[in-house]
Design a protein. Structure first.
Length: 55
């Protein structure tokens, strides 16, 4: 994740790429939110994995 922060900071130096940097930040945020929603919307799958590992 540190790599994305460095890329974001480099893009923010140039006013022309500032918008691109902000869009990259929004895409990363959307991906994390989407991943969280998928994980929380489908609990049986992770629970099944935990039970299999526990047995």
């Amino acid at each position: 994740m540190q790599l994305y922060v460095v890329i974001f900071e480099i893009l923010m130096y140039d006013p022309l790429t500032e918008i691109i940097g902000m869009k990259i930040g929004c895409l990363l945020g959307d991906y994390q939110l989407l991943h969280y929603l998928i994980a929380s919307a489908d609990p049986p799958q992770p629970n099944a994995r935990r039970n299999n590992l526990g047995e």
